[in-house]
Design a protein around this ligand. Structure first.
Ligand code: NAD
Length: 362
């Protein structure tokens, strides 16, 4: 059965890094018999320019029909003065909610070759391999009521609502425990149960879900402590699971432990394991068009796609080993360059990874 991947390069460096990811998919198809086909569509600013909307109907149809989605990045200064309703980022939010991608998986892995690129001491981060699971479609970013008003004292007031139903908590809980079963069997649930009733319920439901997974150890941590522990001793974690806003903040913090935003992939999954895969970084307008962006986060997003949506761990590992081989050979894009290594551009890095992939077949 040939599976279909919807490919949405987007804006800025999006087109440059996705081109390298497609080379990797082509190699897997030609040399390893991977049965996938790809079809491209517009999203973000590029879609706005061509169609007057950041999220055209045909892009949604393609993504709904496909088995998985690979995205580059959206946004850029060119579209910053547009109304919020047609900003490039609306395309991404629209896709997440239309496809009900409620589980955001963000691994933070430090490759031994890049230990010097982290701002933390090598002994704190070397060997780091953690996974943050963020609830993506609920919580304070979506809760009603929300807005701004004038209060009875005549002052401007802003308000948002943190709300989760138990089914929303339960489904992200199951993802966390099932993912931990494929890793080191530990889940740390992050909440603020001492002050927020909503996250008190979060903790309660996580404990209930844990009963289905006796082989996984569950612990709890308040979000303020979790932020501190992430920079103090990040290797204590295996899988962290948390609500939308806490996850937004903690996952960026974890990303920086690894040195470069250009190295980290992510997955956003629905109830059935269908997902959208993308690098965690944005469209990097400051380097767009220069051919120097790091394509590794996007290439590793393809590995995640194969692992989580196509259940093809062997192909995923092949890609991951090829990335390690390119790093071992001393190749570095500008963002991860250090003395004694060889600086390469986006296409050279992509080609080196494809060569390593091909070599692993001989
Ligand atoms: P950014 O992630 O695009 O860039 C931050 C910094 O990291 C920049 O200096 C950039 O050059 C560098 N960088 C990012 N990716 C890199 C890569 N692969 N290789 C080398 N260096 C890389 O964040 P930003 O500058 O805050 O945002 C730029 C635009 O991207 C904005 O319009 C923003 O809304 C959008 N954005 C989109 C997404 C997404 O599509 N998922 C995520 C974040 C930001």
């Amino acid at each position: 059965m040939t599976r279909k991947i919807a490919v949405l390069p987007g804006d800025g460096i999006g087109t440059e890094i996705v081109a390298e990811a497609l080379k990797v998919l082509d190699c897997l198809r030609q040399d390893f018999g991977l049965a996938v086909e790809t079809e491209e569509a517009l999203i973000g600013g590029a879609a706005y320019d061509a169609k007057g909307t950041p999220f055209p109907e045909e892009t949604l149809s393609l993504c709904q029909a496909a088995d998985a989605v690979l995205l580059g990045a959206v946004g850029g200064p060119k579209w910053e003065s547009l109304d919020y309703s047609v900003r490039p980022e609306r395309g991404l939010l629209g896709l997440r909610s239309e496809l009900e991608l409620f589980a955001n998986l963000r691994p933070a892995i430090l490759y031994p070759q890049l230990v010097g690129a982290s701002t933390l001491k090598p002994e704190v981060v070397s060997g780091l391999d953690i996974l943050i699971i963020r609830e993506l479609t609920g919580g304070i970013y979506f809760g009603q009521p929300r807005g701004r008003r004038i209060n009875e004292k005549g002052q401007r007031e802003g308000y948002n609502t943190l709300v989760y139903s138990e089914s929303e908590i339960r489904r992200i809980g199951h993802i966390a425990f099932q993912t931990a079963q494929k890793r080191n069997r530990r889940v740390c649930s992050v909440d603020k149960a001492n002050v927020l009733e909503c996250t008190e319920l979060w903790r309660e439901v996580m404990i209930e879900v844990s009963k289905d997974y006796p082989d996984v150890a569950l612990s709890h941590m308040y979000v303020d402590n979790a932020a501190m522990q992430l920079v103090r001793a990040p290797k204590q974690f295996d899988v962290m699971v948390t609500e939308n806003m806490f996850g937004d903040i903690l996952s960026d913090c974890a990303a920086m432990l690894t040195g470069s935003i250009g190295m980290l992939p992510s997955a956003s999954l629905d109830q059935n394991g269908k997902g959208m895969y993308e690098p965690i970084h944005g469209s990097a307008p400051d380097i767009a068009g220069k051919g120097i962006a790091n394509p590794i986060a996007t290439i590793l997003s393809v590995a995640m796609l194969l692992r989580y949506s196509f259940d093809d761990a062997a192909s995923a590992e092949r890609i991951e080993r090829a990335v390690v081989a390119a790093l071992d050979a001393g190749l570095r894009t500008t963002d991860i360059y250090s003395e004694g290594t060889r600086k390469v551009d986006t296409a050279e890095m992509g080609d080196a990874i494809v060569s390593a992939l091909r070599a692993s077949n001989s």
